[in-house]
Each structure stands twice: as structure tokens, then as C-alpha cells.
Write a protein that binds this ligand. Structure first.
Ligand SMILES: Nc1ncnc2c1ncn2[C@@H]1O[C@H](COP(=O)(O)OP(=O)(O)OP(=O)(O)O)[C@@H](O)[C@H]1O
Length: 278
């Protein structure tokens, strides 16, 4: 479990990026962390793995305080940064050096992931393209079988077929004891993958809700030009008509559109929070 209690963080003591954030993430779920550029997604993730420390408040991951960076904590967690670094090693040598640190590492799984992600295995890692290096790290991270897997913009640099395979691999590697936390500003990459949506904006948690609850609380609809039956949280002109998000009052679950939800939550946070706090 990941728990942030009264979490405050600022790069400068007199200007906080996060102020009193409360956030809890449960095992068995894939979370999508959405936020605009500069909203503080990477900063939040770095606090979860102990690369940054809270200014005040607490962070707990698997019962550990990440800032201690104890080996017993680090082997339960894998973090893929936005820009990956790979040394001048073959895959076999990389595995020999780094895999022993992760007790549940599975070489057969790694081979399957390498094949599914179409990664060349005969070259030194530093001679692979940026996208291939990133895919290798994703495959390695999944094969480490840590209970917490945190990824910062994992789909950046991946081509379209790889993004699709990435989504498939992530869902198939999910199990009840695992938390996967993926940050992105590319909402489409997480569509139909995540169980729960976390949106941060201006240092605040605007939304932390399961996809099914979002579908029960909000309706995503295409309406007539002159629609005025309910207050509209968000609207957008599409070729097929006027897309709106309104409060779901009829109890019929609607299919959520992550991009529209993100726009609604960042443009109209007060209205969106009010619906979820009801
Ligand atoms: N090392 C640093 N020192 C000072 N300020 C920083 C540092 N790193 C990030 N910031 C600032 O903190 C804010 C949040 O940055 P962060 O990288 O966490 O955002 P992000 O949501 O991950 O953005 P993006 O989507 O562009 O990757 C930004 O205003 C950024 O300029």
C-alpha cells in the first residue's frame, strides 16, 4: 500500500508544490497519474521512491519510509524514470548484474516480454534506439515482479504498435498483490488500461477515483447544440456533435473518455470535486 499523509513538498522551502496532500493507493490496482506539464507528477513519484523527501508530512510505501532507501524496501519497488539509462552491456550481462537484487525476478518472463515487445537481443543495450532501450527497461521491470511498479511517462518514445503491446503486457502482469502507478500527460495511452484515475493540478489532488465510480458519477454524452437540461462540466465540439460531461443522474454507467475527464477536472476542479464528494 502507498500512503501519503499531509504530504507537503517544495523545491524551495518558501514555495510549496504540494500542500497537505492525502493519497492512498491500494494493492491490486493500476493507477493512472494525470497532470499537465509541470503539474508535479515526476516530483510525486520521486517522493515515493525516496529520491526526494517531503518537506513535511509522511510517505509510506509497503510500510517503509522511502527516504531510508533500505535495500529491503528497494527490492520491493521498481521505478522507470521518464528518461532511461542503459549501460554498455548485453542483455545477459545486464541480467547477471541487476536481476539478483530482485528476489522474484523471472528470466523466462523477461524472454517472453522481450519477444512480445520486439526487442533485439543480440546487441549491447546502449546501441539500441531510445524506444528499444525504453522497452527493454519496461520488460526488465515487469520481470522483476516487484509489488510496486512506478513508471514515469513510460509510453514516451514508443511507436504505435509498441504502445498497444505495452498496454497488453501491463494488464497481463497485474495481480492482487501489485500496485502499478503510471504517470502520463498522454491520456489516450492509458485508456482501457487503468483501474483508477489520479489527477493532480496546481499542487492539489483534484481526483482519485476508480474508473467504475467515475462512470457512475459522470455521464459522457454527445448532445444537441441547444442542450441545457443539466449544468455542463465540460464541453467540446467534435465532428460528430457536442461532447459534454454532466452529472450522472440516471444511474446508467457511461463509458469514460479520459481526455475529456482530465480537461473537466483541470478546467473545472471545484465542480468535479463537488460531485465526487457527494
Ligand atoms: N530539481 C528541481 N528544482 C527546482 N524545481 C524543479 C525541479 N524539478 C522540477 N521542478 C519544478 O517543479 C514543478 C513540477 O515538475 P515535475 O517535473 O514534477 O512536473 P511533471 O508533472 O512531471 O511535468 P512533465 O509532464 O512536463 O514531465 C515544475 O514547475 C518544475 O519546474
Amino acid at each position: 500500500m502507498i500512503l501519503l499523509d499531509k504530504f507537503c513538498f517544495g523545491y524551495k522551502a518558501n514555495s510549496l508544490l504540494y500542500q497537505n496532500l492525502q493519497l492512498s493507493l491500494e494493492r491490486g490496482r493500476i493507477y493512472g497519474l494525470l497532470g499537465k506539464n509541470g503539474a508535479g507528477k515526476s516530483t510525486l513519484l520521486k517522493n515515493l521512491i525516496g529520491l526526494l523527501y517531503p518537506t513535511s508530512g509522511t510517505v509510506s510505501v509497503n510500510g517503509f519510509n522511502p527516504s531510508g532507501r533500505q535495500p529491503s524496501f528497494l527490492r520491493t519497488i521498481y521505478f522507470i524514470p521518464e528518461e532511461v539509462y542503459v549501460p554498455a552491456l548485453t542483455i545477459n550481462n545486464y541480467v547477471k548484474i541487476f536481476a539478483p537484487f530482485y528476489p522474484a525476478f523471472d528470466r523466462t518472463m523477461l524472454n517472453t516480454y522481450l519477444e512480445k515487445l520486439d526487442i533485439q537481443t543480440d546487441k549491447k543495450l546502449n546501441t539500441l534506439s531510445f524506444g528499444q532501450q525504453k522497452k527493454f527497461i519496461i520488460a526488465f521491470a515487469l520481470a522483476c515482479n516487484t509489488s510496486v511498479l512506478i513508471m514515469d511517462e513510460p509510453t514516451n518514445g514508443l511507436d504505435i504498435p509498441s504502445k498497444k503491446r505495452f498496454r497488453k503486457l501491463i494488464s497481463s502482469s497485474m495481480h492482487d498483490d501489485r500496485i502499478i502507478f503510471i504517470s502520463t500527460h498522454q491520456t489516450r495511452d492509458l485508456e482501457n488500461l487503468i483501474d483508477q484515475v489520479v489527477i493532480v493540478d496546481n499542487g492539489e489532488l483534484v481526483l482519485n477515483a476508480p474508473v467504475e465510480v467515475i462512470g457512475q458519477k459522470l455521464s459522457f454524452k454527445i448532445v444537441e447544440e441547444n442542450y441545457n437540461e443539466q449544468p455542463v462540466f465540460y464541453e467540446e465540439e467534435l465532428l460528430k456533435g457536442r461532447a459534454v460531461i454532466i452529472e450522472n443522474t440516471n444511474g446508467l454507467e457511461s463509458q469514460i473518455n479520459l481526455e475529456q475527464l482530465f480537461n473537466a477536472a483541470t478546467e473545472n476542479p471545484v465542480m468535479v470535486k463537488a460531485v465526487f464528494n457527494k
